[in-house]
Write a protein that binds this ligand. Sequence first.
Ligand code: SF4
Ligand code: F3S
Length: 104
Amino acid sequence: TYVVTENCINCKFTDCVEVCPVDCFYAGENFLVINPDECIDCGVCEPECPAEAIFPDTDERSAGWLETNAKYASQWPKITQKIPAMAEADEWDGKPDKTPLLSP
Ligand code: SF4
Ligand code: F3S
C-alpha cells in the first residue's frame, strides 16, 4: 500500500484524490489518509502530490504512518474530488515537526 505522511499536514493539496482509480482517500480537517485495505498499489498518486507526502509503506519515509492511515481511514469521510488546498498550504509545505498538529 501507499501511505500519506507528515508533510500533507496543513497543506492538503488533494491532487492525489483525483487520480486514485479506487477512490481510497479519506479526509480529515488538515490531513488525508489512504485506506491500506483498499489501495491497489498502483502508485499513480505519489507523483501527483505537490508536497511529496505520499510514499510506499515500505519506504523509510513512511515509518510509523501506516498505522495512522489505517486508523483514520475508518473514521473520516471518503474524498474523491479535489478541493482548494488549505489557506497557508504553501507556507506549511516542508515545515518540520508537523505531526503533533494533525487534527484527529
Ligand atoms: Fe489510490 Fe493507487 Fe495511490 Fe493506492 S497507490 S492510493 S490505489 S492512487
Ligand atoms: Fe496531502 Fe499531497 Fe494529497 S498534500 S492531500 S497527500 S496531494
